[in-house]
Each structure stands twice: as structure tokens, then as C-alpha cells.
Design a binder for this molecule. Structure first.
Ligand code: GLN
Length: 514
């Protein structure tokens, strides 16, 4: 294998996928493997560098996650982060112990710029710490190259052996110069050229899928969202006519969205997908009638989706492969990290169909982060407005309508949301805000319009900024934009007489309402 690879060895820490992501941002391909992976297997991959992640254990305790000392003698540069740093020093003869003062959060650190890790890094900078243990005595042969007030070994190196240890977390954005430090490691110390690009990913994977599928038949559930669209187009590039895509319109999509998806992926579009649209709107509304509890609504929508998909699949008959748009965060979120290859049992289509006859699942995006999926999408020529779509929940507007879902309420929230999106785009704010949408509250209140009393619904507007969708802040939208949206919604959308703006951050709120 001549491709440059950095291996991230997973010790079970919280930020492991971030490590992989930051490395890839340096245009270096990397993969995550469990610490249980045999050393022979890692060696056979011929990585240019190895990164050991953080982890919950204390390395000096019985049964703690560990690694073979041989790992440090392969002649491959190794960077230990937090637990990985502690483990490196422990395995090589240093001393790790419980610290008197645990460090958590943003901490000032002094770095020694003569270390290749800290090239162009400010000598006094902010890092993110999260540890109870500390390296009391670094292993022999190492030189300390960073410290904080409470941490005598915030970083150390043994240049001759290519070994580097960092107690803090450069992968977390709070570490101001973290990306630069990781860049210094993979591009500088490991000497990676940085030629990992999405075009090479697309080319290699299309070829690999073609080989795997052979003459087989492939079925894909297209939700119209970014992930399933990109997966479908990739399959279509690979196997063309052998692919059939089923798009279930559950009647809970944004305004005109079903038609937009059809325009791009249907027979009039540019792709060969054998696109089948199922208009199942009424079926979903019937099932949802009278249901108000959010979890129950989600379940009904997810299950019905699968039933509709199955019925369609039965008409097609047995297939060899089923495509899923699973992406890397789905894999990690299901608690598997780099430690397992079990396939997640559900994704954006809401579950695996029980009765579809297939032999194997194909997940072409399984190793990619969302922003990488978007790059692949652009690479495949999918229109920008689809590629840069905001995250949209699988149950769709079903969970943006608080309380019972009815066809009329869907129409109200679709119209309000379309106005909101139009005005945000007009104000040039659409790429700046990470997620925004209108929701329909279940509250009706008294108003006056045209001298007449009204008793109608309140629409809630939501707009948030977030880096990772784990935490979020309400966006400070300009008042004139909010005023314009409010007046348009009240004037143009029937049965709405009040518009409110949601100022809640996450936590304690969630981004979606249900
Ligand atoms: N468990 C170790 C400690 O508490 C390492 C923590 C980590 O990797 N974030 O110090």
C-alpha cells in the first residue's frame, strides 16, 4: 500500500474521532483502530505515523488499556495524547501517578519552540486539559518541552526515537494552536506530503464498489438528505443500471422538497438511479392522527418508513446489496469507536428493513465525517444546494410540529419555514448560521387582524450556531430580518397570528423541539 496513512490508536477517549478529523484536515488520511488491534496488523499497514488517544483508564492500574513496548521501537513516529502520553511514559519506564490537582478546561501552557511539535506555535498559549493522572517522572531519554503551573510534563519528546507525548488535547478546538501542533506532527515530523483528497477517495471507492458488486443488484433508500444522496450517486457511478433507489415521500419534508429531490435524482435528472418515488403522505398522516408524544411520533414515522420501503423492495425482488448512508459519527455515536466493526442498527431511514432480501450492506461513507461527505458530494457533481443542506431530522417536520401532526399543520410549518429560509438567504446569512428553521408550537393565542378577533397558532423561529452540533448558541439575528420574517409569516400564512424567536442555547435546550 503506497498511500500515506496515519493510524490513530483508540484507548476509548471522548475526542477520538476529532483526532482523526484534525489529521484529515491536514490532508493526511488516517484510520482509527482499537488498542486491541494486533501490532502485526498495524505494522502491515505501514503507517507514516501513529497517534495514541486519550482514555478513561489510569495506565498504572491492573487491567488498564495498554500497548506493547515494541510499538515504540518500530521506527515510526508516535504521538501520545493525554492517556496516550501517560501510557507512553509508563511503558517506557517513567512514572505516572494521580495528580494532587486535577486539570480540567482551558489552561495556560508554556511551550519550547525548539521542539518540532511547536514550530510556529506561540510560546505562551491556551490548551485544553482533562486529566486526573499526570506524568510525575518522564521516561528516560525524553526532554520536557511544555509545562503548565500544575503539570510539570505537559509535553515531552525523544527525538532520536521519534516519540512525542502531549498531556493536553490538541484535537479539541479550545486548544488554540492545536491544529498547528497536529499539523507539525503529521506533516513535519512524520513527513506526510498531504495528498489525501476527496477526488482520490471517490476514484478508489468507486473502483472498489464496482469490484465488490460485480453483476449484483443494489437497492438504496434515498431520503433526499446529504448522506443518502451522496451514497446513492457514488453507487450509481460505480454500477449504474444495477442500482435502484427508492425515495419515500412521507409528507413531512420541507416545502417543495420532494419535487426538488425528484428533479435532481429522478428520470429528468443527471443520474442513473432507477429512481422510484413513493407518495406515502396520507399513509403517514393517518398513522400519526391523534398522536402527541414525541418519541411515539418518531417511532411511528421510522417504522412506517421501513414498511413502505419494504413493500417497494418486494416488488423489485431479491437484491444482493443494500446501501446505507451511514457516516463516521453514526458509527462512533453508537458507542463503537474504533473498537468494533459491528454495523449500526439504524440510521437516517430509521432502521434496517426486516423483510428485504439482501446479502450484504454497503456503506460507502462509513469512514467519513460530514464535511468530508459534502466534499465527496461536490466531487460527484451533486448541486451545491443539496450538498450544503442543513441537517434535517429523519422524522422531518413531524418533530417540528409540537403535538398532533395533521396535513394542515404540515402546510403551515412548510410555508412559514420557506419564508424564513428565503429571508435568511436574502439577508446573506444562510451560510453563516449552522442551522435554522421554523417550528409550529401547539399554542394558540388571541390576536386581532382586520379588526377581527383571531385565535391562531404561534410559529417559533430557531437559528443556532454550533461547531459540532453537541453544543449550540442561539444566533443573534438582526432585528430587521426578524421583523420582516414575522410580518411576512403573519400576512402570508393562514392560521398564524404570532411569531416568537427561540433564544435557548444547547444545553439546556436541544436544537430541535422534539
Ligand atoms: N484517565 C487519564 C487521566 O485521568 C487520561 C485522561 C484522558 O485521556 N483524557 O489522567
Amino acid at each position: 500500500m503506497d498511500k500515506e496513512l496515519v493510524v490513530v490508536i483508540d484507548f476509548g477517549g471522548q475526542y477520538n474521532q476529532l483526532v482523526a478529523r484534525r489529521v484529515r484536515e491536514c490532508n493526511v488520511y488516517c484510520e482509527i483502530y482499537s488498542y486491541k488491534t494486533e501490532l502485526e496488523k498495524i505494522k502491515a499497514m505501514n503507517p507514516k505515523g501513529i497517534i495514541l488517544t486519550g482514555g478513561p483508564n489510569s495506565c498504572y492500574e491492573e487491567g488498564a488499556a495498554t500497548c506493547s513496548p515494541e510499538l515504540f521501537g518500530l521506527g515510526i513516529p508516535v504521538l501520545g495524547l493525554c492517556y496516550g502520553a501517560q501510557l507512553m511514559s509508563f511503558v517506557l519506564g517513567g512514572k505516572v501517578a494521580r495528580a494532587e490537582v486535577r486539570e480540567y478546561g482551558k489552561i495556560e501552557v508554556d511551550v519550547d519552540n525548539s521542539s518540532a511539535l511547536f514550530t510556529d506555535v506561540a510560546p505562551h498559549t491556551i490548551c485544553w486539559m482533562s486529566h486526573n493522572d499526570y506524568i510525575a517522572v518522564m521516561a528516560p531519554g525524553f526532554r520536557v518541552v511544555a509545562k503548565t503551573d500544575n503539570c510539570p510534563v505537559a509535553a515531552a519528546e525523544c527525538v532520536e526515537k521519534g516519540l512525542y507525548a502531549i498531556q493536553f488535547h490538541p484535537e479539541v478546538l479550545h486548544t488554540v494552536e492545536g491544529s498547528k501542533i497536529l499539523y507539525n506532527f503529521v506533516r513535519g515530523i512524520c513527513g506526510c506530503g498531504g495528498d489525501w483528497r476527496m477526488d482520490s477517495f471517490v476514484e478508489e471507492n468507486v473502483a472498489a464498489i464496482r469490484e465488490k458488486v460485480g453483476n449484483g443488484k443494489v437497492l438504496c433508500a434515498l431520503s433526499g438528505g446529504v448522506d443518502s444522496s451522496v451514497a446513492a450517486v457514488m453507487l450509481s457511478k460505480a454500477v449504474g443500471e444495477q442500482l435502484t433507489c427508492v425515495f419515500v415521500d412521507h409528507g413531512l419534508l420541507r416545502k417543495n422538497e420532494g419535487d426538488e429531490v425528484e428533479a435532481v435524482f429522478g428520470p429528468q435528472g443527471n443520474y442513473q438511479l432507477n429512481f422510484i418515488r413513493v407518495n406515502a403522505q396520507q399513509r403517514f398522516y393517518d398513522k400519526l392522527a391523534g398522536v402527541t408524544e414525541p418519541e411515539q411520533k418518531r417511532k411511528i414515522i421510522g417504522e412506517e418508513f421501513i414498511r413502505v420501503f419494504e413493500e417497494e423492495a418486494k416488488k423489485i425482488g431479491a437484491v444482493d446489496f443494500l446501501v446505507q448512508g451511514t457516516i463516521y459519527p453514526d458509527v462512533v455515536e453508537s458507542g463503537l469507536g474504533g473498537e468494533s466493526a459491528v454495523i449500526k442498527s439504524h440510521h437516517n431511514v430509521g432502521g434496517l428493513p426486516d423483510y428485504v432480501d439482501f446479502k450484504e450492506i454497503i456503506e460507502p461513507l462509513r469512514n467519513l465525517f460530514k464535511d468530508e461527505v459534502r466534499k465527496v458530494g461536490l466531487e460527484l457533481g451533486i448541486p451545491e444546494h443539496l450538498v450544503f443542506r442543513q441537517p434535517f431530522p429523519g422524522p422531518g417536520l413531524g418533530i417540528r410540529i409540537i403535538g398532533e401532526v395533521t396535513a394542515e399543520k404540515v402546510r403551515i410549518v412548510q410555508d412559514a419555514d420557506a419564508i424564513y429560509r428565503e429571508e435568511i438567504a436574502k439577508a446573506g446569512l444562510d451560510r453563516g448560521i449552522n442551522q435554522y428553521f421554523a417550528a409550529l408550537t401547539n399554542m394558540r393565542s388571541v390576536g386581532v387582524m382586520g379588526d377581527e378577533r383571531t385565535y391562531d397558532y404561534a410559529v417559533a423561529l430557531r437559528a443556532v450556531n454550533t461547531v459540532d452540533f453537541m453544543t449550540a448558541e442561539a444566533a443573534e439575528l438582526p432585528w430587521d430580518v426578524l421583523k420582516k420574517v414575522t410580518s411576512r409569516i403573519i400576512n402570508e400564512v393562514g392560521h398564524v397570528n404570532r411569531v416568537v424567536y427561540d433564544c435557548t442555547s444547547k444545553p439546556p435546550g436541544t436544537i430541535e423541539f422534539e
